[in-house]
Design a protein around this ligand. Structure first.
Ligand code: AHR
Length: 476
């Protein structure tokens, strides 16, 4: 007798799962952009296309990556977009600064390279603007360079740099973490600055979707209150959530395993609380979406300058090992994204290559896919589908009394897609699924290992997903 029964409520759709909920994040930090994505068109020994690693490009295209945020993160509030356009040899070399790192940054990966990369992998670009050390005019100019169809000097410059047709970038962040690395504003001062930026940006391109920098509940209430009668300038409110209480990246204890999964589950509560604040501020209209534009696991091995930890250890590259536990945590968060898809408008896993919870890692000419990559890939059928509630009954439980097995489901063009998670540290589970109108057969894939500490590396691939035998569905 199965120990858990899951009922898919096909009669009570929640909403559309926007592909933007499966967005990623590429920052000029550590080896994410330089080395991970971009190796330059002159590099030899590693296959590349127009300067981007071919193996990484193909892995991301296959994932898929529907949306990609760039160039930061904290880097965004130091970034001056004009440094990264035109002939590479003429671009200035700057201090590349983010999260306490300072590197030589030759700006060889700039706006045109990034936007062409997005087109190559099928990702919608999301550009994060500079408020901390920039001006409204500089950000307006970037927007004009990318999007104007008029033959202005900036429009002609874009054409001269190889792209006559406007890129049509829709998503624009007005700063990043401006409560911290983006200028240590207080909420009211940032709100006033935001209004100024947003007013000017809307004049340049009224169709741009603007993302305001949120933070915790108090900041968000004050920010929206101060933006006041101009709330129509805010399309999305950004929040970040990193999970930091899981102990060591690989040698974690059972208690730390569960602590990390609990933190991942709390992400949904943060989204719900923020949505409630938006609802209050907008008089119940809820027109502003929640943009969880940085999320994921931040292990101590990758933590020099990060949430909840200001200790100064040896300089870090912000790289960490990924295990099956991280993949489970990501899947738990995604269950929440689907349940909140009526208020959560976008989300970006941090980061896409080589930094934090990266789905793809590289070392020299080698590239490997982390368990998180495979977990995301298993969710691909849900993109653009209609989220359906899942009721859980008689589940075997975890130490905190919650069900060991949970699931997310959606109605796709091809039928119903279901992703199940067994959260238990070391116990198997059996499941009975109830789904009205289910077909007679189904196909499935499973991502599993002998231990949640299992992971992939440049030298071993312990965790590819395996196809399940065709499942025959019983009618009773
Ligand atoms: O993702 C790493 C850093 O975390 C980002 O630069 C910043 O926005 C956040 O603090």
């Amino acid at each position: 007798m199965p120990d858990t029964t899951l009922t898919i409520r096909a009669d009570a759709p929640i909403g559309r799962i926007s592909p933007r909920l499966y967005g990623h994040f590429a920052e000029h930090l550590g080896r994410c952009c330089y080395d991970g994505l971009w190796i330059g068109a002159d590099s030899i020994g590693i296959p590349q296309q127009h300067g981007f690693r071919t193996d990484v490009l193909e892995a991301l295209r296959a994932l898929p990556v529907p949306m990609l945020r760039w160039p930061g993160g904290c880097y965004a509030d130091h970034y001056h977009w004009r440094d990264g356009i035109g002939p590479a040899a003429e671009r200035p070399v700057r201090l590349g600064m983010s999260c306490g790192l300072q590197v030589e940054d030759d700006n060889s990966l700039g706006t045109d390279e990034f936007l062409r990369f997005c087109a190559a992998i099928g990702a919608e670009p999301y550009l994060a603007g500079n408020v901390g050390s920039g001006t409204p005019q500089e950000l307006c100019d970037w927007l004009e360079y990318c999007n104007t169809a008029v033959a202005t000097t900036l429009g002609r410059l874009r054409a001269a740099n190889g792209t006559p047709k406007p890129y049509g970038v829709k998503l624009w962040g007005v700063g990043n973490e401006n409560w911290g690395c983006g200028g240590h504003f207080d909420a009211a001062s940032y709100a006033i600055e935001y209004r100024r930026y947003a007013t000017m940006l809307r004049h340049v391109d009224p169709t741009a979707e603007l993302v305001a920098c949120g933070f915790d509940d108090d900041w968000n209430v004050e920010l929206l209150g101060t933006v006041g009668k101009h709330l129509n300038f805010v399309d999305h409110l950004s929040i970040h959530h990193y999970w930091t209480h899981g102990g060591a990246e690989i040698e974690f204890t059972e208690a730390e395993y569960y602590a990390l999964l609990t933190e991942a589950a709390e992400t949904e509560r943060f989204v719900q609380r923020t949505a409630a604040i938006v609802k209050d501020a907008t008089g119940g209209k809820q027109r502003i979406g929640i943009a969880l534009d940085e999320w994921g696991v931040w292990h101590p091995e990758a933590r020099e300058w990060g949430p909840g930890d200001v200790s100064r250890r040896k300089p870090t590259t912000y790289e960490q090992a990924g295990t099956l536990r991280d993949a489970l945590a990501a899947a738990i968060a995604i269950e929440g994204f689907h349940r909140q898809c009526h208020v959560l408008t976008l989300a970006n896993l941090a980061q896409v290559v080589n930094v934090l919870q990266a789905p793809v890692m590289t070392d020299g000419a080698r590239m490997w896919l982390t368990p998180t990559y495979h977990a995301l890939w298993l969710h691909a059928p849900h993109l653009g589908a209609t989220a359906l509630p899942v009721e859980v009954a008689h589940g075997s439980t975890l130490p905190d009394g919650t069900s060991a097995v949970t699931a997310t489901a959606s109605r796709t063009g091809d039928g119903v897609a279901i992703t199940l998670i067994n959260r238990h540290f070391d116990q198997p589970a059996s499941v009975r699924l109830i789904c009205a109108g289910a077909p007679e057969r189904a196909n499935g894939q499973v991502l599993a290992a002998d231990s949640p500490r299992a992971g992939n590396s440049a030298w071993r691939d312990e965790l590819p997903p395996h196809a399940l035998a065709t499942v025959v569905i019983r009618r009773s």
